[in-house]
Ligand binder design. Sequence first.
Ligand code: PRX
Length: 636
Amino acid sequence: MAKSSTAAQHQSDVYQPDKSIVENAHVKDYDTLYKRSVADREGFWADEASNLEWYKKWDRVLDDDNKPFYKWFTGGKINIIHNAIDRHLQTQRRNKLALIWEGEPGDVRTFSYHALNREVSKFANVLKSMGVRKGEIVTIYMPQIPELAIAMLACAKIGAAHSVVYGGFSVEALAERIQDAQSRVLVTADGGWRRGKITDLKGIANEAMGRSATIEVCITVQRTGQEVYMENDRDFWYHDLMGLPIASAKCTTEEMDAEDMLFILYTSGTTGRPKGVLHTHGGYSVYTSTTHKYVFDIKDEDRWWCAADPGWITGHSYIVYGPLINGATIMMYEGAPNHPYPNRWWQMIEKYGITILYTSPTAIRGLMRFGDQWPKRHDLSTLRLLGSVGEPINPEAWRWYHEVIGEGRCPIMDTWWQTETGGFMITPLPITPLKPGSATKPFFGNEVAVVDDDGKEVAAGEEGKLVLKAPWPGMARTIFGDSDRYVEVYWKDYEKQGWYKAGDSARIDEDGYVWIIGRIDDVIKVSGYRLGTAEVESALVSHPDVSEAATIALPHEVKGNAIYAYVILRAGVSGSPDLEETLRKHVGHEIGPIARPESVTFVETLPKTRSGKIMRRVLKARAQGVDEGDLSTLEE
Ligand code: PRX
């Protein structure tokens, strides 16, 4: 890409796309298509939906009779699996690679669309034999192995919904998600590989099943071969079941209503209880495939690598569903980016001829630390596009990614979106002139604004709250089992205007480019992972020595943010470095290693309002040694 320097500030460095990129792009003129997409939103989405196969066409594109519970493509009959797998089997894609998977120890497995269909159909029949029915929620707790995607796809095929719990989560996080979803069936693995070590997924699953009594059937994939406890009548090995005659490769894909539930995915909010964000077959199929096609300009010959974990929305939308609907070849890798050496990713890009890499700023910063010599040893010439997601990317990491990994050639798609949005909302296209650190402009059909508390747009360059002004097909339909909370969290603040509050602060510059600043609620992004301060606090308080706890996020060079905890101990208990370590480990055991605080500070009191709310803002200011601001509501 050619860089054209404009104004003095580095924020206004603009990278123009190369001619060859523009010539080959699906979309060559953003402005015209954007204008059309918002002037005739339903027409735009109807056209995109027509690229998919429907068992029955929809009656209405957008049903907004019961705002904010929008519905899309009502009356339509579809199954995401028909579009992600079945229809490719009728074309030359049948024998194309759908999935290339590499395990951390170096084992490789590949699946053509034909082979993927076979595995998915077999497992769908296994689930059916376990009594899994349409509408039921199956919990999946797995490492990054092909069976994770196979299990998700098998659920969708028979009309069951999945709830994938990230394999890095631990006992309490898993138990409460199983409980909330009332899952009867759990699919897990004996473990996975991470940094040369084996994770104890089955041990954690066993403990979680002990805490939530809903699971009747647990199916375990043998990945590591380590010894695990299996309970009679409840536990089954995946490979045993897949070897039974019941696991036939013939399975009909269930016809679903467009608005039927495809999955729930738990994400953190401001209270301790995670929210089960619900997505549906119709709108989500249209949204993930359209965004993936236009933003990453996907072509049949591409090898697409989204280096996220399928346990998060990025993996759902852009490892599994969007790319498979587009008939892409997907790369999936089990382990750590720097194992056994910091060139692991670059080695795989070279080995498999990856053309598009989509990852997070944390991963980029982490790999950048090891120096240029690691990527420079490898032939990265197959790459043509790069992507970033999960948190704001700092210009220094952007430039390294662009220059060293993309060899100055590959534009970076900095995509802003959320679990709740289902897919990209603010993002460049390959043809967009880029400014490092800006997610640039809204995707087609979307209208975004940065406003104050009254909903008034702030001036260009000023910080405010990010809102989405119009519905889109990939939007969450509700929070599972708690539609009041759905309204309260996202729609209440701008009820009059009918806008969705994203929970982020942002700025829009004079050129209409959006700059995301960060969360404005009690959600913390640690290494791009989303956690709630309240979740970490309740894990701390669940320890018998702890009476009260408060957590805050402070900037961290690699992780973006890190968690710091302040704890009041129970009477008679005194703080010590050992207890600090015990509490950090306790949080790791309850929620997962990503939630472990950087440090735990023992205090006598916590700053609170007179109504008893912890003033995290004051703790944060104190920790950073800056002005504590307005303290008039602080309790004496
Ligand atoms: O704060 C924003 C940040 O991630 C939040 C959503 O987190 P989650 O639901 O886990 O989804 C992450 C993957 C889509 C947002 O509210 N975020 C996401 N992408 C970006 C971002 N912040 C800045 N730039 C981005 N590109």
